[in-house]
Design a protein around this ligand. Sequence first.
Ligand SMILES: [Zn+2]
Ligand SMILES: [Zn+2]
Length: 348
Amino acid sequence: MPPQNPSDTNTFNMPSETLTQQPPPKASQTLTPVQPYEYHTHPPLSHLGLLVWPLMLTLPLLLNSSLMHYSSVFPRNWYSLHSNDEQGAWEPAWLPHDGALRHPLGLTLGISAVAVGHVFLLIYFRMYQHHQLLGKTIPIQSKGPSKYIYSEALTKHLAQPGGFLLLGLYLAITWVYNLLPESYYNFEGGIQYVTVAQCLMVQDFVQYAMHRMEHLSHPKVYRISHKPHHKFTNPKLFDAFDGSVPDTTVMILLPLFVTAHVVRNANVWTYMAFGSTYANWLTLIHSEVAFPWEPLFRKLGLGTAADHHVHHKFFKWNYGHLFMWWDWGMGTYRSPNEQWGKEFSVGV
Ligand SMILES: [Zn+2]
Ligand SMILES: [Zn+2]
């Protein structure tokens, strides 16, 4: 069956069950209703895609495992906050600036953790686009995804001044200049999963508030900060961090700083796990195609690509990114299924 609009061709697989207009059945055929996009419509390997989530935590998990424990990899004075234990005494290493700058091991590992998680995400996304074994790709918008050259889009994505570069600068300054609560520099204990969830929720809540403020406070504020990100009315994965410097500052960096000072018990591994999950999830919700976990996420109010496409398409509703709970509570949520068969593919 052709796409809904035959003039819209794209390089992605268009599954017949997502299309919105069925031809009349022939007498010999049984009429099958349009199937919503659910887990059972996907081949078993599509569940492999779920691995992208734990893989975001690869580095903190690896450095806390017996395979490659951080204590066997790095000198003790690079990570210990104490100056002695049963094995002896040492001077904790700080950067040479009157002893006031933090040693950058935790910072370096944190940025590396996001990068490693992102590499896995990019590999999965590439495979998902090209191998039906991982499930059929369904474009969020019924006119199909916007076309792009993969290598160009990837390069632009990674080199956004308002994206990872600014984020890296923020992380470096707040880390080295000791602007985070003391627990964030602590290497003891592994990932605190409940605390990771708390960080994600506080971050997304503050981001929701900032996002609404950018849209609603004053046209000038919107124009300077957030409007550049809204040039994408049919975003693709690589548009996630394509925004202005003021936008990233207000909607990502400020909430990160608030979150660190609200959730004050995270250790270095938790901070890393939170950072990687946050950055990679924010990327995933800009995808031009739906993912296999999204029907479940929709039920739980966790952010999906189609939820965020509603925001990009209509410029209002769905101000939350990772959680739709704030939108549910404030009455600003609109489900993508209201657009099924219109602007959006059925089932996304
Ligand atoms: Zn966006
Ligand atoms: Zn917006």
